[in-house]
Design a protein around this ligand. Sequence first.
Ligand code: G3H
Ligand code: 13P
Ligand code: ZN
Length: 326
Amino acid sequence: MGEMIHYKDLGLANTREMFAKAVKGGYAVPAYNFNNMEQLQAIVLACVQTNSPVIMQVSNGARKYANSTMLRYLAQGAVAMARELDSNIPICLHLDHGDSFELCKSCIDNGFSSVMIDGSHLSYDDNVALTRKVVEYAHQFDVSVEGELGVLAGIEDDVVAEESTYTQPEEVEDFVAKTGVDSLAISIGTSHGAYKFKLAEGEEVPPLRFDILEDVEKRIPGFPIVLHGASSVVQEYVQLINQYGGHLDGAVGVPEAQLRLAAKSSVCKINIDSDGRLAMTAKVREFIANNPSEFDPRKFLGAGRDELVALMTHKNEFVLGSAGKG
Ligand code: G3H
Ligand code: 13P
Ligand code: ZN
């Protein structure tokens, strides 16, 4: 067992101040997932250039893919890169969808400044107990904790709305009080992945359940709320992917206008992974198709990275409103 690495020694910040400012300022902090260096470089460049606070988000799958030690050094490198670019934006390293106390502890012990414990699939009482246990450990080290109430629909679900269980507003006060969490992810109609809604020909994306969000806000005023599954599934990318040999039929996400509205409320963290995956895949496919004699990964990954910077710049400026808030 190695020694504990505290996030403050890596130049990272927890989410407390970021969220307080975001709730007050009517914007949301972007939480971008990453698994590799190019994604992380893009996150740093876009957030430095737009002067936006940022949450670099790591799933358990990302940890397995990239190696947890490698990830820590990448995150450390991201902070150093931002500072070399003369930027003082707050940067958080967050565990996305932690599913056990042990995983959360391992991240906290290895330099994460924030963790999510996702007990949303458990019974209410078990969710409270597990979340409370993580909070008790995390707060000893000033690490912030995100909990979740309500279940987001899975991407394989046939009838998305029926499979998701919206957050019950009556539960939020009790959950927050009993667990001591710093932020709460809620389910108001979003889902993970690129197929968020099943639409009939000519049908529009249904609006998110803003009525639930408003009820939650009334019960816990000013408490930081998190929106998962918030990619817009940018159609330009879907079309490019399909044009260059892909098959993404019926991929659809949350319209930007709805995210802008959410960002103005207590929603202060918006999670985006799928849009980055689509941007990278679209540009890599396009580059490879148009440059058949190139075989240097820097060329095609570089094309993907450039597009990621453009995507995140757009999100920070025009969707989340976090630009200029660093
Ligand atoms: O919510 C899930 C995130 O998009 C991470 O996905 O588990 O495939 O890394 P992953
Ligand atoms: P998307 O799949 O909509 O990008 O959501 C990502 C997410 O919620 C990560 O926790
Ligand atoms: Zn999520």
